[in-house]
Write a protein that binds this ligand. Structure first.
Ligand code: URA
Length: 238
């Protein structure tokens, strides 16, 4: 990515390259809550595959299973599954919502416009994409980038759980409302979920605005940078 574009992205996020901008914690706004995803996870069936000490999970078999998955209707319309990418022993696990068009075509998460902004968000924290592991709640693209449905989230949930168990991250960055609600099994709106540290099986979870949202709502840029700073503080102090 050329420098001008990078600076544009950083500016869009409100990140001054030299002096990080702070915003008052009180500057919050409620976001509309669309379809609830929490009940899907609450009702989630256990994975068909249960690792045991004698038969531990591994990346190869998990990736192979995902590649041919037909657990939900999204398999009918996907070009390919998007398993996830990055450092499989990363301290940081970044979890987004679902592949979009570019991701569906390339088989990699966060490679479209929002992905470029995510890359810049990570870079602002001093992290390269290769330093973290990036995955999504859903491994297949919903048609026309519609919100994931509860049964799709449920069908895919075990794959993410297995990725989480394999990476064993020190911190999870939940990117956007759907990822946050699914992971934290809640229907709370994003505004109530961000700006605090949650836990998932003792791993801290910090919720950040989705970069696609930030590209549309630049007034949230300062809060996005605050979320990232909270994540880094949590990581370094953890
Ligand atoms: N948005 C997401 O949440 N994930 C992707 O992989 C791409 C866009």
């Amino acid at each position: 990515m050329d420098n001008a574009l990078r600076l544009q992205y950083l500016e869009a996020m409100g990140i001054d390259v030299w002096v990080p901008i702070a915003a008052p914690a009180s500057d919050q706004r409620l976001l509309p809550l669309a379809d609830s995803v929490a009940p899907a996870i609450a009702a989630s069936a256990p994975s068909e595959y249960e690792p045991t000490p004698a038969d531990p999970d591994n990346w190869e078999s998990l990736q192979a299973e995902v590649a041919v998955c037909r657990k939900c209707v999204l398999c009918e319309t996907r070009t390919q599954t998007v398993f996830g990418t990055g450092n499989k022993q990363a301290d940081w696990l970044v979890i987004g919502e679902a592949p979009g068009q570019s991701e569906d075509l390339q088989g990699q998460p966060f490679v479209g416009k929002a992905g470029q902004l995510l890359t810049e968000m990570l870079r602002a924290l001093g992290l390269a994409r290769e330093d973290v592991f990036i995955a999504n709640i859903l491994k297949c693209r919903p048609p026309d980038n519609r919100d994931p449905k509860a049964d799709e989230i449920e069908a895919c949930h075990a794959y993410l759980q297995r990725q989480l168990a394999l990476v064993q991250p020190k911190i999870i960055l939940a990117v956007g409302r759907i990822a946050a609600q699914s992971l934290l099994k809640t229907e709370a709106p994003l505004a109530k979920l961000r700006n605090k540290v949650h836990t998932l099986d003792e791993t801290p979870v910090v919720v950040v605005y989705h970069p696609a949202y930030l590209l549309r709502s630049l007034q949230e840029k300062r809060k996005a940078w605050m979320d990232l700073q909270l994540a880094m503080k949590t990581y370094t102090e953890g």
